[in-house]
Design a protein around this ligand. Sequence first.
Ligand code: GLA
Length: 389
Amino acid sequence: MTATNRSRALASFVGAFDATPDILVQAPGRVNLIGEHTDYNDGFVLPCAIDFQTVVAARVRDDAVVRVVAADFNQALDEFRLDAPIPHKAKQPWANYVRGVFAVMAARGLPLRGMNLSIAGDVPRGAGLSSSASLEVAVGLGIQHTSGLDALSRTELARIAQQAENDFVGCQCGIMDQLISAQGSAGHALLIDCRDLSTTPVPVPEGTAILIVHSNVRRGLVDSAYNERRAQCREAAAHLGVASLRDATRDALEAARDTLDDVCWRRARHVLTENERTVAAAQALRDGDLVTLGRLMAHSHRSMRQDFEITVPAIDRLVDILQQAIGPQGGARMTGGGFGGCVVAVLPETAVPQAVAAVQAQYRSPDGQPGTVHVTTPVDGAQRVPRTV
Ligand code: GLA
């Protein structure tokens, strides 16, 4: 897959600019094992970087122009200047992820150079696997290498990518997707404390498989529903008198049962319990205790369905099918922002065939599509890659 993305990025670059690039970089998508909607509440998440990625090829120019070609959009071109404010591009949504990263870096006073870029990726879009974060981080790393910004840390790179999405694209996402794309570790999930952004790699035990199943349910109203959840969490935190829900206790939440609006109360209960589950799940994974991990994943899904209300019936059904096929030796839950997209399952490798067979036999999306199954391996985060394929 990597080689295909690389060769497509190279061919796209040569086709558009009639020259070879100076560098190639890649940044992966992610799957979150547990810890949903906790990142913007200063909580814990447990994602891993996956073997789908975005590749960016880059070559500096002598002027202040940036030209971008997108292999995945029929060689569509974008062009803007670095010596003037960078405007939005209403008709080419993909271009705003690229423009946003440049705009944020420029606003931070980083010395940027004009450059030609090509982009090719295979992270499924709209699936909850962070195709946008992988694009932002790949662009950021490409700029870092071509502009000689050696001092930029991976955490700063992730923050820049997140800010591009918050301020330029307009989605108020947290830091999880960009941070795991920038800092993933092969063979590991990463326990991230989203308060101080410290990361603890947790090895995925030998013989354990991570399965991603795309429900093929198209996600609707994602940004507005996402931003609404953020607002409800803020309201709950304010009511409980804490800066973020990370600081709220279960006792304080119980005490607010009758004074806090019921919807906000349930949103807060999800966040508090999900934080506890995520820390416990990291320990279970470290211990190779898939029974405990599976139970925590099941509770997480129930909490997303009942308290956070971000699942949809087809996803609930897919989780049930997987859980029944896997049995107690693992678990399944929706992954990502919600309202469609993918389910993640963690299970013994030996149970993969029965899980896949169950999905194929029993699952159909509302418009009759089967689920798309992918067995993934945690990979390293964003990196420079050879120019030869
Ligand atoms: C999206 C956001 C993340 C995170 C998840 C939910 O993927 O980009 O920051 O909030 O939703 O856990």
